[in-house]
Design a protein. Sequence first.
Length: 94
Amino acid sequence: MIFSTVKPKNNKEILNEISNIKEYLSSLNLVVKSIEGDTKDVYCVLGDAHLVDKSKILSYSCVIDVASLSTPYKLASRDYKKDNTIVKVRDIEI
């Protein structure tokens, strides 16, 4: 799942809300990865997100949207990274 928020811009209330959301998700053993944009930030939730109460996340004023993703291996998908991954093993690049 992913959710997007308004840019915090050092707003303590928004930063506190985002921190609370991350703590809630961490309590469910989920990992949150952030992607900062110009006008909003997007957070990718990794793990079994079916336990997440989406209405709880939407209840925060800083949250713009919450969406479920069906793509497995989100961070390895072409949606996340367009370029090929190159792994170097000793002197050989694969």
